[in-house]
Ligand binder design. Sequence first.
Ligand code: SAM
Length: 205
Amino acid sequence: MKVRKKPIEVFSQWAESGRDQGMEKNHREAVDAMLAYALDKPAPFSFIDAGCGNGWVVRQVSENPACQSAIGVDGSQKMIAKAQTMDPQNSYVATDLLQWSPKETVSLVHSMEVFYYLQNPQEIITHIYKNWLAHGGRLIIGLDFYYENKVSHTWPEDCGISIMTLLPKSDWLAFFDQAGFQNTLSWQVGAKQDWAGTLIVTGTK
Ligand SMILES: C[S@@+](CC[C@H](N)C(=O)[O-])C[C@H]1O[C@@H](n2cnc3c(N)ncnc32)[C@H](O)[C@@H]1O
């Protein structure tokens, strides 16, 4: 069995080797579906991408004329350095998600392929509910690593990552409900053959 590294260590290596660009390509279909759902009205909004990687979603969202502010947060200094080099306009913060809160709460928090890298994902969902979101605000997350997506079960071994928390859809929905979210719902995007699709979970405060 190969030695497993912490998620931030692995993603810093990915930033150095250019593998972050592959995430942009592979995650785009699901992210576009999440943003289309969350930004279905032309109302002004403020945005945080939790676990933003190289910042590609922040750059994309900030081009929306209704976007008042866009912040990217990631635990990898190397990912954040890349994001800042490509985009000096928006704000990027290198920090653990559980250790940070915005100065002002926002209307939309988005996160793609991040929360299962935490030992206890309930903690980050509750933290965002309490400390990041304004009343009426929305959290929307996308996950490819979950119990019903059987082909993903080997990823911790394949990628050599020490923390990857494998949970069924029902647990993710329960985390949202237990944090206090309302109108919680989930669906899957891009399912085909043995791929169950990206699990999207969302709710409002
Ligand atoms: C699979 S990548 C996804 C990046 C980006 N969302 C995308 O779709 O391209 C996961 C990201 O989450 C970050 N991450 C993982 N655990 C974190 C934590 N506890 N705090 C902050 N960032 C974290 C990693 O550094 C990495 O950039």
